[in-house]
Write a protein that binds this ligand. Structure first.
Ligand code: TXA
Ligand code: MG
Length: 311
């Protein structure tokens, strides 16, 4: 084990906070069984205390100890997608304190695949509570540098595992009720889940358990941002008198001060998304125009984050 990972595990054991890479985004980790450590985590994130946090484990056996009821559907999804970018919401066991569940009767569980996350989880042994390592409501970090920029001295150590491969947060499925409900789309799509379950996955209902990613404006840059359909982009640019930044599929337009071009493939787009939004946010423009991605199902995760960023 690397000395850095050992140090990170020691920090967690004494109630401190550690930034670490996962395949989706960087997490800010705390000992999930310590109320004090988790309250420090919420303070660093400036996150309201009634929002539940995902608990990470090295494998599914450890994860399922935190659930009192593990339905067949959860076992199937875990067998197929763990370790990987999927979070399961299950009825909590006594191990999951109110301070990680936001007082709800359910808990969010995830087994990440990133090698550094895996090593940290093995070295630590228990569950690591980890929201994305940014301040509440802002863009998730996909590099170690993003974490340091966002959290500064509030995080003792940041493990560097390179840029996150998926780039957007894990898919969240609620299996605590009768039917599986998709709470947050991600790299793993509703169709991927349905293929494994052999039954439909419902879209999010209004009365689903509270989750902070469900707030309308979330994952958002500070600069006002707007989604624009492809056929309106040109006239929008012509109409605006402000200094404009654009995120688009097509080539740069010379009227625009700051233009970033995005891949036409959804996984490549997702991987870059938060880094480019950070870049556009720091370009000191008055507005960010974002060309709307296709309506196709494989774009659901990206569309969801863009809708929130422009909420
Ligand atoms: O990819 C990810 O999931 C990243 C990495 C670090 O693992 N984590 C992440 O955490 O995105 P966070 O806290 O930023 O978002 C987790 C979402 C939140 O919206 C949270 O409220 C929701 O999961 N969540 C956690 N437990 C829940 C529960 N019991 N019921 C409903 N939603 C829950
Ligand atoms: Mg987050």
């Amino acid at each position: 084990m690397s000395p850095e990972v050992r140090r990170a595990a020691e920090i967690l054991k004494r109630g401190g906070l550690v930034g670490f890479p996962t395949e989706t985004v960087y997490g800010l980790g705390a000992d999930a069984s310590s109320a004090q450590a988790v309250s420090r985590l919420y303070a660093a994130k400036r996150r309201p205390v009634d929002h539940p946090v995902i608990v990470h484990f090295a494998d599914s056996d450890l994860a399922f100890c935190w659930a009192r009821d593990v339905p067949e559907a959860a076992k199937k999804l875990a067998a197929k997608f763990w370790p990987g970018p999927l979070t399961l919401i299950l009825k909590k066991s006594a191990k999951a304190g109110d301070f990680v569940t936001g007082g709800q009767d359910t808990v969010g569980l995830r087994v990440p695949s990133h090698q550094v996350a895996q090593k940290l989880l093995r070295a630590f042994g228990g569950g690591i509570a980890a929201p994305s390592a940014n301040r509440f409501g802002q863009l998730s970090p996909t590099t170690a540098a993003h974490v340091r920029e966002d959290l500064g001295k509030d995080v003792e150590l940041v493990l560097d595992g390179g840029p996150s491969e998926v780039g957007i947060e894990s898919t969240i499925v609620d299996l605590s009720g009768g039917e599986p409900v998709l709470l947050r789309p991600g790299r793993i799509s509703a169709a991927d889940l349905e293929a494994v379950l052999g039954s439909p996955v419902l879209a999010k209902q209004i009365d689903s358990p509270r989750h902070s990613g469900g707030l309308e404006r979330h994952y958002a840059p500070r600069t006002p941002a707007r989604l624009v359909p492809t056929h309106e982009l040109d006239q929008e640019i012509a109409r605006l008198k402000d200094k404009v930044a654009v995120l688009a599929f097509s080539r740069p337009d010379e009227r625009v001060d700051y233009w970033l071009r995005m891949p036409r493939e959804p996984q490549a787009y997702a991987q870059k998304l938060y880094a480019v939004l950070r870049e556009l946010d720091s370009a000191q423009c008055e507005i960010i125009l974002i060309e709307a991605p296709p309506e196709a199902p494989e774009w659901a995760g990206v569309r969801d984050r863009l809708e929130r960023a422009t909420g």
